[in-house]
Design a binder for this molecule. Structure first.
Ligand code: FES
Length: 111
């Protein structure tokens, strides 16, 4: 895949982010999938990419497992799954994904 930061993948899978449906590369973390959707904004976001900063927190459910309650996970750790539904996310993620068709969120504070 050349210089792409994405892991190798054969197909795109469907996920839902705050009610909007996207096709993203399988076998990649959610944060990489978000980078696929919004390359510049995610790349310049304030993310450590290694589970330290907590700026990539999000809430997920899986459509095929309605019995499993929503859980809070790190986008830089969790691998995308077909039917994943992301129902909540940090202000930093939301801000960085604005250009991908999601409604705008508040600008995160600088601290
Ligand atoms: S990007 Fe820092 S914890 Fe996920």
């Amino acid at each position: 895949m050349g210089n792409s930061p994405l892991r190798d993948y054969d197909r795109l899978i469907q996920i839902t982010v705050l009610g909007k449906t996207f096709q993203v590369p399988e076998n990649n973390t959610c944060l990489r999938a978000f980078q696929y959707l919004s390359p510049e904004n995610i790349s310049y976001g304030r993310f450590c990419w290694n589970q330290d900063c907590q700026q990539c927190r999000m809430t997920v459910t899986v459509a095929s497992r309605p019995d499993v309650p929503a859980r809070e996970v790190l986008a830089c750790k969790v691998i995308v799954a077909e039917g994943m539904q992301i129902t909540g996310m940090s202000e930093e993620l939301r801000y960085c994904l604005m250009g991908s068709g999601l409604p705008p969120g508040p600008r995160p504070p600088y601290d």
